[in-house]
Design a protein around this ligand. Structure first.
Ligand code: SF4
Length: 262
């Protein structure tokens, strides 16, 4: 279990369920406008606010919500200071994983949809040849600064998958039928780029009935096979060109917006 000020591992049952090769640390911020400014630019369009995972698991607790809001306020107040805090956490997590003999995996958008690949520069103090000396190195992104870490996220900002992302950052599109125009854009982006698409189904049974098969009404969901995305959270290990089938948890169980299918 790793405890940083921004990222933590060992809290999420799905990330613990991995194969022991990776350990995942997740950063949970306050989604949408809960901390004052919007950190989920497509949330209204995609209709996912009501069914957001922010209120599931530990998110049910008031102190957890306050901590998420405080973290997000730090991000909104000074991106530079926040990224320095994140770098310190990542250095700690990498060292922790090394001691434990596992590979580090990190999800920065546990409950946010920030475009970390754009305009989120970081600096690191790297040891020079002389052990007492350090040089400050500026990186285009946290992904470039930590090539040894496998980062991954779900996103509703479909334009992100058109970008050339760093090789250690994997994105899966997040589907919602709350707005059919948005759903069409997600499908288009998936077809154009080959990106996987995560779909939340009402129940585990419904997900299982579709897993390994082709969906009915296939033109909307591209006739792709459904892959069980609940056994592990390690999305970068999924086969390519699939629907990542998840079942609804927390507030999503009663969502009627179209975010949850079935
Ligand atoms: S589901 Fe994702 S994009 Fe939607 S509000 Fe929650 S964190 Fe933001």
């Amino acid at each position: 279990m790793f405890r940083g000020t921004l990222i933590r591992s060992g809290n999420n049952a799905k990330t613990v369920k991995g194969d022991g090769e990776y350990e995942t640390a997740i950063m949970y911020l306050a989604p949408f406008t809960l901390a004052g400014s919007n950190v989920c630019p497509m949330a209204e369009t995609a209709g996912c606010v009501a069914g957001c995972l922010n209120t599931s698991g530990r998110g049910r607790m008031n102190n957890v919500q306050i901590a998420r809001i405080n973290k997000t306020k730090r991000y909104l107040k000074s991106r530079t200071d926040f990224m320095a805090e994140l770098v310190a956490d990542l250095e700690g997590f990498v060292a922790y994983c090394k001691r434990k003999g596992v590979k580090p995996a990190v999800r920065l958008n546990g409950t946010s949809d920030i475009q970390w690949e754009v305009a989120h520069y970081v600096t690191r103090h790297i040891k020079a040849v002389h052990p007492q000396q350090e040089t400050e190195v500026r990186f285009d992104s946290v992904f470039h600064a930590f090539p040894e870490v496998q980062f991954y996220d779900y996103t509703k900002v479909y334009k992100r998958v058109y970008r050339t992302l760093p090789s250690n950052y994997s994105l899966v599109l997040s589907y919602s039928e709350a707005n059919l125009a948005y759903a069409d854009k997600v499908i288009e982006a998936a077809k154009d780029t080959g990106a996987n698409v995560a779909v939340v189904y009402r129940t585990k049974e419904l997900r299982d009935s579709l897993t390994g098969d082709h969906l009915e009404g296939t033109e909307r969901l591209m006739n792709r096979p459904v892959f069980n995305g609940d056994d592990t959270d390690l999305r970068f290990t999924d086969p390519k060109g699939v629907i990542v089938g998840l079942y609804a948890k927390g507030a999503a169980k009663v969502d009627t917006s179209g975010f949850v299918l079935g």
